[in-house]
Write a protein that binds this ligand. Structure first.
Ligand SMILES: [Zn+2]
Ligand SMILES: [Zn+2]
Length: 198
């Protein structure tokens, strides 16, 4: 068999994202549950907008199943998020949750031979490296426009006050400042005007 140049490097077994599937591999039908909390060492997402911060944990709740072509990983990942409401700019904290389904193909399996490693993940020495998959999926699952509440009214465009904190009848004279001086003069003029009462 020709050397496959696309074989990814061997995952680092010390990484908390890496799962050893030796007890499962090549035994179709066998399965194993894996639950673990993986610390985030690089902030994921858009800092200041919405992200999973460094030091937070990604909780993984997974089922690994041995299938003919490799090991199928399904399950969920959860992580706390922090950011800023894009309307009122209040700090927000939330949670992101996502479903995972990923096949890690055996070397020399039909799947491996007919796909690229960036299309279908590979088992390397029976090791599953969840990091790239979970990181990418988490970033995609983050909201594009984070909000403190779906109906957040945001800020008054005139004074920047938060609508939620302003009086119900809050408003501003909608007079262009360039006209304000003229209006002031006009207000003074009736006394001397043609129909002034003085
Ligand atoms: Zn808000
Ligand atoms: Zn205002």
């Amino acid at each position: 068999m020709p050397e496959d140049k696309t074989t990814p490097p061997r995952p680092d077994v010390r990484s908390p994202w890496v799962i050893d599937t030796r007890t499962l591999a090549r035994r179709p039908g066998a399965s194993r549950e894996v639950r673990r909390d993986v610390p985030v060492d690089t902030e994921l997402g858009v800092p200041g907008v919405v992200s999973v911060r460094k030091g937070a944990s990604v909780e993984l709740d997974l089922l690994l199943e041995s299938v003919v072509e490799g090991v199928l990983v399904t399950g969920r990942a959860y992580a706390p998020t922090a950011g800023q409401c894009s309307r009122c700019l209040d700090p927000i904290s939330d949670e992101v949750e996502l479903d995972l389904t990923e096949l890690f193909a055996y070397p020399a399996s039909a799947t491996e031979e007919t796909t690229d490693s960036d299309e279908v993940s590979r088992l390397v020495d029976d090791l599953v490296d969840l990091e790239p998959i979970v990181r990418d999926a988490l970033v995609l699952a983050l909201p594009l426009v984070p909000l403190c509440a779906e109906d957040c009214a945001g800020l008054c465009s005139e004074c920047g006050g938060k609508w939620a904190d302003l009086e119900p009848n809050h408003g501003h004279e909608s007079i262009d400042p360039r006209w304000a001086a003229l209006v002031e003069r006009f207000d003074e003029s009736p006394a001397d005007g043609p129909d002034g009462k003085a």
